[in-house]
Every structure is written in structure tokens, then in C-alpha cells.
Write a protein that binds this ligand. Structure first.
Ligand SMILES: [Zn+2]
Length: 347
């Protein structure tokens, strides 16, 4: 079968690899019908150490169950399923709490921890299939597939940002970052009832989509100028809830700059730093809380799916390009050079 491998920075190749197959009784074999490239895939695309490669890529996909192991109870051949970006048993203490990314099962974890598997391929062996996969009540060629695919990661991640930030009816929210996750954070804040949503981003096509998803204001300026602008828009003291959807240090600094005393910074952009200001002049003095982390998207599927199925929201609008498997290396380039927001892959 064909799959995507990353060899090092900027070096993504499509290669023939051994067919995925059932290895454990709790596995399912899924033929991928839709997958995509993630903004977080661009982090290794910039900085991967080739000594750790090649790495199989992709952690968001929808597909058809082709085979199941003998212990799989809830899925059968022919089911259309969506795979969250974390593997979990959906039954341990943390899963029951809704924190599937901290699942204690020995096979639980992120897709990059599963050797020789990845969603940007023709098929995937899915561990802990009963816990990880969620059946979709549509056909594989449904027009809702792009939106349902966002349940794997970006929509669930935007929702997690909003939830960890405590967004509720009437909230004032600032979203930092106009990538797919930032736009999903806007949509999620709107869905949870936020009244004022300031989107910080400087790519017009993206911030226009952000307005469509519910942003009430767009701030294109960055740094001190951007911070001043957000403070002006939010009554002078800043925003009570800040959703940081980038992961680089300037975005964190921006968040510290625009958050209101007593407010919360909720981070879902994978941090590309391990040291940041948390002292008196940044978080401690103004009583600011820092929240967020990898989204347990499995926990949110049942809550978010109905609004997609009935057409209330269309998160799939973040996909502005579609390619086959051979177009994946070009898709990485297009996303890296900001020509595409997010690339949908139809293997
Ligand atoms: Zn668990």
C-alpha cells in the first residue's frame, strides 16, 4: 500500500510500504477514505531530526472497517469510522473523566507513537479499536465528510480550547492564530455562546472565514501594536479568555499581553518552547491562569457531531484544497507557504 513518510525537514515522500494488517485481537484494519494534513505536521516539517526518520505521517482520518480482531465488539466490516488523533480504551479512569489523551492503557497514545502506522496512507491498523474509533452515520461519499473529519482533531481541538478557557454565553474571547485550529476555536467559542470574539490573524482569506465562523473583530497587527488594539476593543483591560492556537513563543507573549487580570490563557497550539514567562509581571501579578493541552477529541465527538449532521455548523470549510495521495508532499508545501489553510486527502 502507499503511505506518507517524512525523512527530514521539507522532505516528505509517498512510498510503497507493507500492507497494514490486524496484529492484536483489539485492532481494526481501516481503509482510509479521507484524511488530511495538520498544522502540527508542519512542526516536524521544519525541524525534524533526520536521524529519527523516516516517520509515517497522519493522525486524522475517516475510513471503512475492513477487518477486526477477535476481541473487537462494537465494530464490524463495512462500518464508516472516524479516528481521533489519540488512541484510547475509552474506559479507564481518565477516559471516563473525558481526558482520553491521558488514557492509562499500555497501547494508548498518539499516532506518532505507533510504529509503521499513519493516517496519510491507504490503510491503518487501529489499536484499541472499540475505544478509539467512532462510527459515523453517513455514507463514505457524504458531503458531510470534510466536516466530520474535523472531529479527528481540529474541531475537537478548537472546542477543547474554548472549554478549557471557560467560554460560556456572553463571554469575550480573543483567539490568537488564523490557522485551522484558530478558526475552529472561533467556531467553538461562537457555538458555546461567546458574544465578542476577536480574531488575531493577518491572512485576509483566513480571517474572512473566521468572520463567517463568528469572529466579531479581526486584529491584523502583531506585537505591541496588536496587544494595544485588542485592549482597545475589549474595554481597555484585555480579554477575559484568550485561546492560543499557534504554539510559538510570540503567540504566547501575545496571549500574556492581551489577557485581562483574573483571566485565562487556554493553549492548544503544540508549544515549540519549554520555557516561558510565568512570573509576577506576566501571569502571577494579574492572577492569570494557564490552561489547555492536547485535546481529548474522542471525548467531544458525541457532543459535536449532531450540529454537523443537522447542518448547524460546517467546520469542514477549513479545507480549501483537496488532493490524492500523490499530492501530499505538495500539500505540505502549500500549507507551509500559506497557500492552503488545510489540505484534505482522498487516497
Ligand atoms: Zn483510557
Amino acid at each position: 500500500m502507499r503511505a506518507t513518510l517524512m525523512y527530514g525537514p521539507g522532505d516528505v515522500r509517498i512510498e510503497d510500504v507493507p500492507d497494514a494488517r490486524i496484529e492484536l485481537p483489539t485492532d481494526a484494519l481501516v481503509r482510509v477514505t479521507a484524511s488530511c494534513i495538520c498544522g502540527s505536521d508542519l512542526h516536524p516539517y521544519h525541524s525534524m531530526d533526520p536521524a529519527h526518520g523516516p516517520a509515517r505521517m497522519g493522525h486524522e482520518f475517516i475510513g471503512v472497517v475492513e477487518d477486526v480482531g477477535s476481541d473487537v465488539a462494537t465494530l464490524r466490516r463495512g462500518d464508516l469510522v472516524v479516528a481521533p488523533f489519540a488512541i484510547s480504551d475509552n474506559s479507564c479512569g481518565f477516559c471516563v473523566e473525558g481526558l482520553h489523551t491521558s488514557c492509562t492503557h499500555e497501547q494508548a497514545g498518539f499516532w506518532d507513537g505507533v510504529p509503521d502506522q499513519g493516517g496519510q496512507s491507504e490503510a491503518v491498523r487501529v489499536p484499541l479499536a472499540d475505544g478509539t474509533l467512532v462510527k459515523l452515520p453517513v455514507a463514505e461519499d457524504s458531503a458531510l465528510i470534510p466536516s466530520l473529519l474535523t472531529l479527528s482533531d481540529v474541531f475537537g481541538t478548537g472546542h477543547h480550547a474554548a472549554k478549557c478557557g471557560g467560554v460560556t454565553r456572553g463571554s469575550t474571547v480573543t483567539v490568537i492564530g488564523d490557522g485551522a485550529v484558530g478558526l475552529m476555536a472561533v467556531l467553538s467559542a461562537k457555538r458555546l455562546g461567546a458574544e465578542r470574539i476577536v480574531l488575531m490573524g493577518r491572512h485576509r482569506d483566513r480571517t474572512d472565514l473566521g468572520r463567517r465562523f463568528g469572529a466579531t473583530d479581526v486584529v491584523a497587527e502583531r506585537g505591541e501594536e496588536g496587544i494595544e488594539r485588542v485592549r482597545e476593543l475589549t474595554g481597555g483591560h484585555g480579554s477575559g479568555i484568550v485561546l492560543e492556537a499557534v504554539g510559538h513563543m510570540p503567540a504566547y507573549e501575545q496571549a500574556v499581553g492581551v489577557v485581562r487580570p483574573g483571566g485565562v490563557i487556554s493553549r492548544v497550539g503544540v508549544p515549540q518552547y519549554s520555557r516561558a514567562r510565568v512570573g509576577f509581571t506576566s501571569l502571577f501579578g494579574p492572577n492569570v491562569r494557564l490552561a489547555g493541552g492536547p485535546a481529548p477529541t474522542r471525548a467531544y465527538v458525541e457532543e459535536l457531531m449532531p450540529d454537523i449532521l443537522d447542518g448547524t455548523i460546517e467546520p469542514g470549510l477549513v479545507f480549501d484544497a483537496v488532493t490524492g495521495i500523490d499530492g501530499i508532499p505538495g500539500g505540505y508545501r502549500d500549507m507551509d507557504e500559506r497557500r492552503s489553510i488545510k489540505v484534505l486527502v482522498r487516497p
